[in-house]
Design a protein around this ligand. Structure first.
Ligand code: EZ4
Ligand code: CO
Length: 465
């Protein structure tokens, strides 16, 4: 149960006396305690009356933030409850700004959660989203996602059910998955794609280095594959700069897909990520030029600020469009979905506010015949990948799921998470999200500063990476 006024102590004497007028009231008229009650009532959500299966009410007792770098940086959240041994694990990793999220969680959010009922997920989401007044933004929404995942994990463990059961139960045998194939030239991309297909993948995202440009998003370029993937071990402590020019990029990419279709045949599903680099007319041209190669989708062809520009792309092409990994607000998704300007919404559950946000995006998308393709890169942790799949296998309008295989070092720190078999991902039938953190192992890999690369045009001006 809540102790409604327990935050008085935390305010301290200065906070108390600072309230205008309070100090002036004579004690005989109004006791200090009653003034405080009137002016400082702690946030009191509606009481959770229908408690779980007759179990006693639950309270959050502690929120622990774990920052660790097993191969790359991760921010993990562990929410402890008043039930012995019952805790939830969330992921709050924001690539390149990890410590901002960790600090937000530790200093601003954790004190708001202690004493709260972890079962009231929606209420907590609303409170953390609207409560600070300054809503949204990648840092706050990543922190909120970390808490949201941990609360869903607790609810699943409490119910003794995997989270997908709480979301409505299974709708498919698994989540159709895609992986990345990238190379210095067409033959290398083909080779990597073939190996993925041999491993069971039916869908492959293809990226190739552009001759004359130093490094292009998602390709090895002149870097090691690890550095290209943004792994800390191969990254400088300051951002590397890549060079991008639209003209050669727009010439090479259609030729890559012409080559891949000729070599790999018609059945494998292919996609390509523009990584928010193009201007509207360039994106329209690329989408048009790729039509003969029947992509599964063209990803993030425009910058996230320019949603209206998708109309132009749409008018010029039947190449399916996907967008959304940089969105950090539910409302970012609305114009693209309600005008059917995209075919796949690919928010990042870790940056848009977790499962609570994703199920709303999915439901809205369902009504407009848009499918999901949640972002699934290596720079969000296994709990977010698990959350992706719990949602994927319980909604009607799932499209596809991006995935990575985590290296051994990461698995040593974070266990569980989705499994891949015959082209599909699934989650083990463990209660909750199915992930755990080995805090001792996490300590072996302290945070290391790392940045994503940046990009410039040949004339030296800033370019979206
Ligand atoms: O570059 O998550 O589709 N996947 C992607 C990712 C992003 C990274 C940035 O941190 O675009 O690889
Ligand atoms: Co992308």
């Amino acid at each position: 149960m809540h102790k409604p006024f327990s935050n008085i102590n935390r305010l301290g004497r200065r906070g108390f006396l600072g309230l205008a007028g309070v100090a002036a009231l004579p004690d005989s008229l109004l006791s200090r305690k009653r003034v405080v009650r009137a002016l400082l009532a702690k946030d009191t959500p509606a009481e959770n009356t229908g408690s779980s299966r007759g179990l006693p009410p639950l309270q959050i007792t502690d929120v622990r933030v774990i920052v660790t770098c097993p191969d790359r940086n991760y921010v993990l959240v562990k929410v402890f409850t008043s039930e012995p041994g019952l805790y939830g694990i969330g992921d709050a990793t924001l690539n390149g700004r990890e410590l901002a999220v960790a600090e937000d969680l530790e200093k601003h959010i954790a004190p708001l959660l202690v004493g709260r009922d972890p079962e009231q997920i929606e209420d907590t989401w609303q409170y953390l989203y609207r409560g600070p007044y300054w809503r949204g933004g990648p840092v706050q929404m990543t922190a909120l996602a970390g808490i949201d995942l941990a609360l869903w994990d607790i609810k699943g463990k409490r119910a003794n059910m995997p989270v997908y059961q709480l979301l409505g139960g299974r709708t498919r045998i698994g989540a159709l998955a895609y992986t990345h194939a990238s190379g210095r030239d067409f033959a290398e991309v083909e080779d990597v794609a073939r190996r993925a297909m041999e491993r069971g993948f039916k869908c492959v995202r293809a990226q190739v280095a552009i001759p004359g440009l130093e490094g292009t998003y998602g390709t090895p370029g002149n870097k090691t594959p690890e550095a290209a993937a943004g792994r800390v071990a191969d990254m400088a402590a300051l951002p590397q700069t890549e060079v991008f020019e639209p003209a050669p990029y727009l010439r090479v990419v259609p030729r890559l897909f012409e080559y891949l279709r000729a070599k790999l045949g018609p059945e494998v599903e292919l996609m390509h990520d523009c990584h928010e680099k193009l201007d509207p007319i360039q994106a329209a041209r690329l989408a048009h030029d790729l039509e003969p190669y029947h992509l599964f989708f063209l990803e993030d062809c425009l910058r996230p600020e320019y949603k209206e520009s998708f109309r132009l792309v749409r008018e010029h092409s039947t190449t399916p469009l996907a967008m959304g990994e940089l969105f950090n607000s539910l409302w970012d998704c609305v114009p693209l979905i309600k005008e059917q300007l995209i075919d796949y919404i690919r928010c990042d559950l870790g940056h848009i506010g977790g499962i609570t946000a994703a199920r709303k995006v999915a439901a809205m998308a369902e009504l407009f015949q848009v499918r999901t393709a949640w972002h699934g890169p290596g720079d969000i942790g296994p709990p977010t990948h698990a959350a992706n799949v719990h949602v994927d296998i319980s909604i009607p309008n799932f499209g596809i799921q991006e995935m990575v295989f985590f290296p051994h070092m990461t698995r040593e720190v974070i266990s569980g998470g989705p499994e891949f078999k015959d082209g599909y991902m699934n989650v083990p039938d463990a209660p909750g999200l199915g992930c755990d953190v080995n805090e001792e192992a996490a300590k072996k890999y302290p945070y290391r500063r790392a940045y994503l690369p940046t990009a410039r045009r040949k004339d030296g001006s800033v370019q979206d990476w």
